[in-house]
Design a protein around this ligand. Structure first.
Ligand SMILES: NC(=O)C1=CN([C@@H]2O[C@H](COP(=O)(O)OP(=O)(O)OC[C@H]3O[C@@H](n4cnc5c(N)ncnc54)[C@H](O)[C@@H]3O)[C@@H](O)[C@H]2O)C=CC1
Ligand SMILES: O=C(O)C(=O)Cc1ccc(O)cc1
Length: 310
């Protein structure tokens, strides 16, 4: 068991991400006190049944009292409400971080409410699944995965170092970026793929000439991969779309142009153009595999941490 990095950690939101953090924190002994707060009584009750923390309350302002580290793991659209609620009750010197999939909007929502004696360090673990809620979390989700920090200009290096040590204890690799760049990168590698998945599954569902039972019966593995992404939480992804609007619209515009190019090549029988693109994209997949980043298999992220569960 590791020496606790923090006396008290408070988790606001205890879904897939919050509960995965809680499981690792508890198993690794990273805090003496793990207080959990979430919006609904049913979810809080489930967190208690799963024994995810040491204290439970529906009142976020009560939960953050005396906390050394506060991790906000709620849909990005709820960030401002949470920040307003907790801000007056934060301990001087506390670190407040989040895990939201978009960063510029979360900073705009939270930073103005943070007291000057608190260290607010936005973060985003690039790890997850299509599932949600406290039962969906699991130990080791963050192992070997990137966690991106988008620190504000005046961030205290000591606080940054302590947050880095925390994520490293969960097995993550850390990178830093400015929030706008983060939002562009994530728009192409994560947000656009989810939108494409929602769209293709919606298109299949709307077809008049192919029945739903045929789609289910004959779904090839490529289509099944899309259905996994398209099963992701609607609240979370509505919020991602609304809160990374500019970057997403830019990537969608680029995507539509490139799709039109493909459409023309198919219409006019330009096989050389199709072959050239398909060869280029194949090499990207090879680079991902060579870089050891091809962990997105059906059981991806399910590797447990080396430290045995206590
Ligand atoms: N699901 C994924 O694969 C990943 C999600 N994220 C980000 O992590 C955050 C949480 O996502 P998940 O854990 O997947 O969602 P989830 O739906 O599993 O859990 C969300 C939690 O937030 C709580 N909540 C919602 N509104 C709240 C409010 N106003 N006050 C307090 N609690 C509130 C819910 O009760 C629930 O406990 C999101 O911002 C998402 O963008 C980041 C990386 C991966
Ligand atoms: O389930 C998947 O394939 C994901 O891509 C999970 C995911 C969703 C949102 C994020 O911000 C990061 C990771």
């Amino acid at each position: 068991m590791a020496e606790p990095l923090f006396d008290k950690i408070t988790l606001i939101g205890i879904g897939l991400i919050g509960s995965s953090i809680a499981r690792d924190v508890k198993a690794l002994g990273l805090a003496r006190d793990v207080t959990i707060s979430t919006r609904s009584a049913d979810t809080l009750k489930r967190a208690r049944e799963l024994d995810l923390g040491t204290g439970y309350t529906l009142a976020a302002e009560e939960a953050v009292t005396d906390a050394d580290l506060v991790i906000v793991s709620v849909p990005v659209g709820a960030s401002e409400a949470v920040a307003k609620q907790i801000a007056p009750h934060l301990k001087a010197g506390a670190i407040v971080t989040d895990v939201g999939s978009t960063k510029a909007s979360v900073i705009a929502q939270m930073a103005p409410h943070m007291p000057s004696n608190v260290h607010f360090i936005p973060g985003h673990p690039l790890a997850g699944t299509e599932k949600s809620g406290p039962d969906a979390g699991f130990r080791g989700l963050f192992k070997g995965r990137w966690c991106i920090f988008t620190p504000l200009a005046d961030t205290d290096p000591d606080a940054l170092g302590r947050l880095r040590s925390f994520w490293e204890a969960l097995g993550s690799k850390i990178d830093e970026m400015d929030p706008e760049h983060h939002d562009k990168v994530l728009a192409i590698v994560s947000h656009l793929p989810h939108i494409i998945a929602y769209n293709i599954v919606g298109t299949a569902d709307d077809l008049e000439t192919v029945t739903e039972s045929e789609v289910i019966k004959y779904s090839a593995s490529g289509f099944r991969d899309f259905t996994r992404l398209a099963a992701s939480d609607p609240t979370m992804w509505r919020d991602v779309c609304l809160h990374n609007k500019d970057a997403l619209l830019e990537m969608l515009a680029r995507f539509s142009e490139d799709l039109a190019y493909l459409q023309r090549a198919i219409r006019w029988g330009e096989g050389d153009k199709l072959f050239e693109l398909f060869s280029r994209t194949r090499s990207i997949r090879r680079s991902i595999v060579e870089a050891g980043q091809d962990v997105d298999t059906p059981d991806f992220g399910r590797h447990v941490l080396d430290t045995p569960e206590s």
